[in-house]
Design a protein around this ligand. Structure first.
Ligand code: HEC
Length: 118
């Protein structure tokens, strides 16, 4: 009898571990997917401003690898939530208020910050 209990406990521990690992990878994956679905058409898959729509815009979206250097989370939150004009940029940068949740915006900020070259 006690042996069965132990086995059961191991099984539960293993599945809890697996579930948290899955949640972790989904998290990173989600921001990437969200970026690719929502932003990449203008900003490009690698943030260089060379997405298929971005190439047709005037002004073109800035290259994130250099443009985001030194920009803080408050600024990035504002431009993504309220659109380009809120920070003096092009109105072609849409507003995502009501489209993306605050959490999604914060995830995207961490994701786009990853494009910045040191
Ligand atoms: C319809 C095209 C378009 C889409 C879609 C778009 N953007 Fe933009 N974005 C622009 C343009 C144009 C600008 C203004 C030019 C520039 O990059 O400075 C801009 C500016 C920005 C800036 C400010 C860059 C800077 O130099 O300060 C950030 C940050 C940004 N976009 C993030 C995003 C994120 C994140 C998404 C997806 C949720 C997104 N954009 C979707 C076109 C777009």
């Amino acid at each position: 009898m006690p042996q069965i209990v132990t086995k059961h406990r191991v099984l539960v521990t293993t599945s809890v571990l697996l579930i948290s690992l899955a949640a972790f990878s989904v998290h990173g994956q989600e921001a990437k997917q969200l970026y690719e679905q929502t932003c990449a058409t203008c900003h490009g898959t690698h943030g260089k401003g060379d997405g298929p729509t971005g190439q047709m815009l005037q002004p073109k979206p800035a290259d994130f690898t250099t443009a985001l250097r030194g920009k803080d989370v408050a600024y990035l939150t504002k431009v993504i939530r309220e659109g380009g004009p809120s920070v003096g940029k092009s109105p072609l940068m849409p507003t995502f208020q009501g489209v993306l949740s605050d959490k999604q915006i914060q995830d995207l900020i961490q994701y786009v910050k990853g494009f910045v070259s040191p």
